[in-house]
Design a protein around this ligand. Structure first.
Ligand code: PEP
Ligand code: MN
Length: 365
């Protein structure tokens, strides 16, 4: 665990998940105000709109720029909503602060670049404003934590992270693969921070938005960042993943929000029993794995005496195929069995290597 002390982004009397919503990009004053007025009816906590847009290819719409800050200022004045926009360099920070933007966010293409993050951190030194940090586009937890540390070192403790998924070269049902395990590991290392899930950029389409939002709620994320546009099909960026304000209301209504824990003694007693069982089973698993490694070492000795190499691909394939079939009988997925056994196999190889390459010490007569 890293010892950083975070504060909530802002005071929120409600216990419900934090809601950040708004269009991918500010396109016109009219579009921004239409979106904000509709979302103000839905009691959102923060209105988002990108005005400097990092686009993959040139000649795409790169945002309206500073004029959009005037529109956000009007949103605040008219609806009372707090507003947030993406900043990627020093001048963006200064401009956004000048126009009273309430929360800044650092995009995925900026988090990957320590120089850019440091430039933003330097511009923010001594400024008390909440900052949201999206995950880097590649699944590198160290880079994400590094960006958090840079911003924290500038004196900012109101930090939230936004899980927006990771690029992948593999075909996928997601635009950006969620790799939930990375967010879970971040929660373990940095508890007490605000955790947001950007279901729009994970999904890349409207159909999966609710499923991903529910998953985030089940993992105890603090809230959601969702792209909402008054006329999504006509959006100038990310049209396929944006939804109308009424569809957003339906999404929120569909979510099941569960308590993180309970003080009901019966519940606590039962859960403790079940956790005891899990601990017992984990213990047995570790014992078995230890025993397995001892056998691997014996095999290593034996192969060494007979001058046989460690890796035997045909044996490994047979073992894997067999495990897929048997695992399926226990309701274990092929993906899980593959990952588990290859880790176990790798560990066995390392144990065998130690045995086989151990130098025999010859004692001189
Ligand atoms: C966005 O929020 O519109 C955006 C550009 O996101 P990301 O940095 O996650 O790609
Ligand atoms: Mn977008």
């Amino acid at each position: 665990m890293i010892d950083l002390q975070f504060q909530p982004l802002f005071d929120r009397p409600q216990q419900r998940p934090l809601r950040i919503a708004g269009p991918c990009s500010a396109e016109s004053e009219e579009q921004v105000l239409r979106a904000a007025r509709a979302l103000a009816q839905q009691d959102i906590d923060l209105f988002r709109a990108g005005i400097w847009k990092p686009r993959t290819r040139p000649n795409s719409f790169e945002g309206v720029g500073t004029v959009g800050l005037k529109w956000l200022r009007r949103v605040k004045a008219e609806t009372g909503l707090k507003v947030t926009t993406e900043v990627a360099k020093r001048d963006h920070v200064f401009e956004a602060l000048k126009y009273g933007v309430d929360v800044l966010w650092i995009g995925a293409r900026t988090t990957v670049n320590p120089f850019a993050v440091q430039e933003i951190a330097d511009a923010l030194d001594g400024v008390d404003i909440p900052v949201l940090i999206k995950n880097p586009i590649n699944p590198d937890l160290g880079l994400w934590i590094g960006a958090i540390e840079r911003i924290y070192k500038a004196g900012i403790t109101r930090i939230g992270v936004v899980h927006r998924g990771f690029s992948s070269h593999r075909p996928s049902r997601y635009r950006n693969e969620p790799h939930w395990n990375l967010a879970i590991e971040l929660m373990r290392q940095l508890p007490g921070m605000t955790y947001l899930c950007d279901n729009s950029h994970i999904c890349g389409n409207r159909e999966l938005l609710t499923e991903v939002a529910q998953k985030a709620m089940d993992l105890n994320f603090t809230g959601l960042m969702t792209e909402v546009h008054p006329d999504p099909d006509a959006a100038w960026s990310d049209a396929k993943q944006q939804i109308t304000p009424s569809r957003y209301a339906a999404l929120l209504a569909e979510l099941t929000i569960r308590d993180q824990t309970s003080d009901d003694p019966v519940f606590l007693h039962n859960i403790e029993d079940l956790r005891g069982e899990i601990d017992q089973l984990d213990e047995e698993l570790l014992n078995l794995l230890g025993q397995r490694m001892q056998v691997a070492e014996k095999i290593g000795e034996y192969k060494k005496q007979n001058n046989i190499s460690i890796l035997q691909p045909s044996r490994w394939n047979e073992l894997l195929e067999e495990a897929f079939t048997r695992g399926a009988q226990h309701g274990l997925s092929k993906g899980f069995i593959g990952k588990l056994l290859s880790a176990v196999h790798q560990e066995s190889i390392s144990h065998q290597e130690v045995v086989m390459n151990r130098k025999t010490v010859r004692v001189r007569p």
